[in-house]
Design a protein around this ligand. Structure first.
Ligand SMILES: [Fe+2]
Length: 329
């Protein structure tokens, strides 16, 4: 961009009282309506935060050094920023806003920092965990739309820890994925596989986020769960998880992910499942019926919710590309 072509308003003698408006003015040169709106709100809240807390220079620098540490510990397989977002409740909030669910559909939850893109595809009935110390678990699920029709050929990512509560990426010598896979639903919308019974685990707490939790007197544990992610064109991308009932951390998840509709009981196969899936009658069994929402349904609901929420705040907005921007007409 040629600086001589940009009309920058004159800015001098800025104070606590007029700095915010001046930052808005210069940022308003941005041609992307949505980005301009997000930046305007971000700067407003950041400045108000500093004003309301009378943020000291030392505290501001502590915050910057903390974020620097968060960045430094990140690698291809360790995502401390997601963890930070998770423990601050932001991940859950963003998922709730971006993926609203009509009644009867499967609720979403936090992605967490342990999803990878290198999982291998398994076929129906195969095993996604090779930990001999885990309790073998048969998982049988159905996948339907909100009208009850089965959805075939959905890509399903599944990931869980081993029996010690560690994901494969937490082992320094990891040479291939384990405890994770992807598969596709069948023509009848059914998918089933073998796994191990999930166990509770602490989120990585040897880094800056762990130190923050300690300072806040918060524990780092997540209740036992198994992650699922569903993808198919025409359907809203669903990131969710199933949580085991009566886990000691069921009501104090460090990343706020548990929802009642996602809490499940681990049963036993019994004669019917034992015969059908070739396991012993006392084999651990998890069943669940997932319901996906179409892109259109989610988009409509999201737009309606946005309008309502911003109406309450007295903001006039229009929806562009599914997201609100100020309605200046
Ligand atoms: Fe997890």
């Amino acid at each position: 961009m040629d600086p001589s072509q940009v009309k920058i308003p004159p800015m001098k003698d800025l104070t606590a009282d007029n700095i915010t408006q001046n930052v808005h003015t210069i940022n308003s040169l941005c041609e992307d309506e949505r980005m301009k709106y997000v930046l305007e709100r971000l700067v407003t809240h950041l400045h108000d935060f500093a004003r309301e807390t009378r943020l000291s220079t030392q505290e501001w620098m502590t915050g910057l050094l903390f974020l620097t540490e968060v960045g430094k510990i990140c690698t291809d397989v360790r995502q401390e920023f997601i963890l930070l977002s998770d423990v601050l409740g932001l991940s859950l909030l963003v998922d709730s806003i971006g993926h609203p669910k009509p009644p009867g559909s499967t609720e979403g939850t936090v992605l967490g920092p342990f999803h990878t893109h290198d999982a291998e595809e398994i076929t129906t009935g195969a095993s996604m965990s090779h930990d001999p110390k885990g309790e073998p678990l048969l998982v049988v699920c159905t996948l339907k739309d909100t009208t009850g029709r089965p959805i075939p050929n959905v890509k399903i990512d599944i990931w869980e820890t081993d029996s010690t509560g560690h994901y494969d990426v937490q082992y320094p010598g990891r040479d291939k994925p384990d405890g994770r896979c992807y598969m596709h639903s069948g023509e009848d919308g059914v998918f089933w596989f073998n796994a191990i019974t999930p166990v509770p685990y602490p989120i990585p707490h040897d880094g800056p986020v762990g130190k923050l939790l300690k300072k806040l007197h918060r524990h780092p544990y997540r209740p036992s769960h198994m992650h699922f992610m569903f993808e198919k064109e025409g359907y809203d991308h669903l990131i969710t998880a199933l949580y085991l009932r009566n886990d000691p951390y069921e009501t104090s998840d460090a990343v706020f992910g548990v929802k009642n509709s996602l809490v499940v009981d681990i049963g036993r196969a019994g004669p019917e499942y034992a015969r059908k899936y070739g396991v012993a009658e006392d084999h651990a069994l998890l069943t669940y019926d997932f319901v996906l929402v179409s892109d259109t349904e989610t988009g409509d609901l999201r737009a309606r919710n946005s309008k309502e929420a911003l109406d309450k705040l007295g903001r006039k907005v229009k929806i562009v590309n599914g997201l609100p921007v100020p309605d200046l007409d």
